[in-house]
Design a protein around this ligand. Structure first.
Ligand code: PRP
Length: 177
């Protein structure tokens, strides 16, 4: 049996909601420049879609992190796999994620970035799973709040697959069918 994927949020809905968020950002930062930080790998599709609809001057950078394996996951310590290329001092930084789950990754990342003295720092995530939260994280822009389901697509993976699906789907992996 193959993995079973059921569409939860269509491509059309994602693009529409992303445009709404971009418009809100255009309003909130009027007259300013914005520095988007894409959290790899999941945040890549949402970052690109969002950036297309921002009409203010935009610069972009990329960061990649992973938690230190299961034993230490609860410590909330994450490893920076690829750090930013540029300084964020005095920049209006918006961190772009695909999903906030337990909040451990973003809590760590936001603290680390705050220490680098940006002019402002906000978080924008395509998805939010508040029922999974372990560490409190202030989310500034959220696309969709979803239940605790295993989802793939639009950047989100299952065993590194399905990131390229243009919609968000709930997956029941092959071994659970
Ligand atoms: C996912 C997601 C967030 C994090 C959220 O990344 O992109 O970074 O987990 O989980 P948390 O709120 O419980 O910390 P993942 O480690 O799966 O890497 P990926 O983006 O490369 O898929």
């Amino acid at each position: 049996m193959a993995d079973k994927i059921t569409e939860m949020i269509s491509e059309e809905e994602i693009v529409k909601r992303t445009c709404e968020i971009a418009n809100q950002i255009n309003e909130d930062y009027k007259g300013e420049e914005i520095h988007l930080i894409c959290v790899l790998r999941g945040g890549s599709f949402f970052t690109c879609e969002l950036a297309k609809h921002i009409t203010l001057p935009v610069t972009m950078d990329f960061i990649s992190c992973s938690s230190y394996g299961n034993d230490t996951k609860s410590s909330g310590v994450v490893r920076i796999v690829k750090d930013l290329s540029d300084s964020i001092v005095d920049k209006n930084v918006i961190v772009i994620e695909d999903v906030v789950d337990t909040g451990r990754t973003l809590s760590y990342l936001l603290k680390m970035l705050k220490d680098r003295q940006p002019k402002s720092l906000k978080l924008c995530s395509l998805l939010d799973k508040p029922s999974r939260r372990v560490v409190e994280v202030k989310t500034d822009y959220i696309g969709f709040t979803i239940p605790d389901k295993f989802v793939v697509g639009f950047g989100l993976d299952y065993a590194q697959k399905y990131r390229n699906l243009p919609f968000i789907g709930e997956i029941v992996p092959e071994d659970n069918n």
